[in-house]
Write a protein that binds this ligand. Structure first.
Ligand code: ADP
Ligand code: ZN
Length: 526
């Protein structure tokens, strides 16, 4: 294996000679110069943006070993192998090593034979490791997936909080924190918890112009997914996200029975099965990974052509991160989110029943509301998405469903009045399904049992279909004009916000759902 002489080499030379690239991308060069000069840096770059080189090149240019903290133990071996292939002396320390391998890596470090050391956070903070590091020359500390310090995010790792010992123990070693999660609050939290107040911040374009964003009403999710896969994605690799493990299993099984190569992935599967499925997905073509959010962090597969969500993500950050796994090679990619009334109700309930503090719950609700806002808007989705991250897109993008087929709106004031008064008359304890039955004059058992066929609102909404009513209720809940009871049964409740609409004092424009089931704007483009 060829190794390179690392000291005194310029970043540009390392880029060419070691990594074989012609030029730096985006802020890479500026980040690298800051680190080489001994400054701290905070790098926010979308997935696939090229964060790794930001610390790998300074690792080779500066003297000593660069220590890379990463929570992704399963990927360390791959990362190290990839570096070794291009002649970089890299190693890792985590719980998967035997004591002999551990010892080998340790002595390689002591002989100064490593340029990069990947390490799990829980290992790094152990006294024994710190002692080892104090005996070495350290080029820099890189803290990858730095959003793991955020207690609001779903990737929180308690060990990340202890990384604030680094500036105390190694005050002269520059640090770089990297993440693809961009909202302001997480950014502030990273700065605060990792003591990066003096770090230079590099925040770069979050737009992924090759990704087409689509969000459609969930009517018949299996058929919608099937049509999407058959008509637009035949032979492509992609990810289908579901909320629960159970649903992951079901959908994967069903897709297989329909002739697709689908694999399940969730935290309930054994580590070896997960590993096996992940590798198959990475190495083979035409595989559909059906997964919970347990799948994806750190996955580097450039040709993921689509990401479909069968359930609503909990926040815009999650949506952006999950859809961001599509099209990392820069080629056209499509994302499809199917969402409906049930999603809104389920998430609202999950959040109100969660264990967290009041502040935590309020925060989660706000994030969900922002996500719902993105689902319901009738203007460009990309503009709205980027605005959320503090990024700015001047013109509508032309590559989202709302741009391709501008959604119609309609004056739903009267229907909304009917809906709200029916919720009131039925006693504010029933879910949307029952209220819709009453509105449409159904004579099913439950309606008769509660004498709801005698109500003044019985049958007044026959002119609209069940799906149309579901769309109305969804929009009301999404806009916060109806509350969901937290008792677990999804009963709808009136609130202050809905009164002007109930009394007919204000008019309400609603989004009209696209007629076509798969809602494929791409065809409108041809
Ligand atoms: P991130 O960690 O931000 O998700 P990576 O560091 O894995 O992204 O980089 C994504 C892809 O882009 C990798 O395949 C990497 O080799 C490639 N890449 C990074 N920087 C450059 C560059 N300057 N020129 C060409 N390709 C690059
Ligand atoms: Zn758009």
């Amino acid at each position: 294996m060829s190794t390179i002489n690392t000291v005194q080499t310029s970043p540009q030379a390392v880029l060419h000679q070691v990594f074989g690239y012609h030029e730096f991308r985006g802020p890479q060069e500026a980040v690298i110069h800051a680190l080489v000069a001994g400054e701290d840096a905070l790098v926010l770059m979308p997935t696939g943006g090229g964060k790794s080189l930001c610390y790998q090149i300074p690792a080779l240019v500066r003297e000593g070993v660069a220590v890379v903290v990463s929570p992704l133990i399963a990927l360390m071996q791959d990362q190290v192998n990839a570096l070794r292939e291009v002649g970089v002396r890299a190693g890792f320390l985590n719980s998967t090593l035997s004591s002999q391998e551990w010892w080998q890596t340790e002595s390689a470090l002591q002989r100064g034979e490593l340029d990069l050391l990947y390490i799990a956070p829980e290992r790094l903070i152990q006294p024994r490791t710190l002692e080892l590091l104090h005996g070495l020359t350290i080029a820099l500390f890189a803290i990858d997936e730095a959003h793991c310090v955020s207690q609001w995010g779903h990737d929180f790792r308690a060990d990340y909080l202890k990384l604030d010992l680094l500036p105390r123990e190694f005050p002269r070693v520059p640090r770089i924190a990297l993440t693809a999660t961009a909202d302001l609050r997480t950014r502030d939290e990273i700065v605060e918890r990792l003591q990066l107040h003096n770090a230079r911040q590099f925040i770069s374009g979050f737009d992924r112009p090759n990704i087409q964003y689509r969000i459609a009403q969930k009517n018949n999710p299996k058929i919608q997914l099937m049509r999407f896969l058959r008509e637009e994605q035949a032979g492509n690799s992609g990810i289908v996200y579901c909320l629960s493990r159970n649903k992951v299993e079901q959908i994967a099984e069903w897709l297989c029975s329909e002739g697709f190569n689908a694999l399940p992935y969730h935290a309930g599967l054994s580590a070896s099965i997960r590993q096996q499925h992940q590798e198959k997905f990475l190495r083979e073509d035409n595989i559909i990974m059906v997964a919970t959010i347990a799948f994806g962090m750190g996955i580097d597969k450039p040709d993921v052509r689509f990401v479909a969500h069968l359930d609503l993500p909990k926040s815009i950050e999650a949506y952006y991160q999950e859809t961001g796994r599509a099209g990392r090679d820069g080629e056209t990619a499509t994302t499809l989110l199917l969402y409906g009334l049930e999603d809104v109700i389920k998430l609202r309930q999950m959040m109100s029943q969660s264990e967290g503090s009041e502040e935590f719950k309020r925060n989660e609700q706000q994030r969900l509301n922002a996500m719902l806002g993105l689902c319901e808007i009738t203007s460009c989705r990309r503009q709205s998405l980027l605005r959320y991250f503090g990024d700015h897109l001047v013109q509508p993008c032309g590559n989202c469903d709302n741009c391709l087929i501008p959604p119609q709106t309609w004056d739903g004031s009267e229907a909304v009045q009917m809906a709200l008064s029916c919720v009131y008359r039925t006693g504010q304890r029933f879910g949307a399904g029952h209220v819709i039955d009453v509105l449409r004059g159904s004579n099913n058992e439950k309606v008769l049992q509660f004498d709801h066929h005698r109500l003044s609102t019985y049958g007044i909404g026959k002119h609209l279909s069940v799906d149309e009513w579901k769309s109305i209720f969804r929009q009301l809940v999404a806009r916060g004009l109806l509350d969901v009871n937290s008792d677990g049964f999804g009963g709808l409740l009136l609130n202050e916000g809905c009164r002007p609409y109930l009394r007919g004092e204000e008019r309400l424009l609603l989004r009209r759902e696209a007629k076509s089931i798969a809602n494929s704007p791409r065809r409108a483009n041809l």
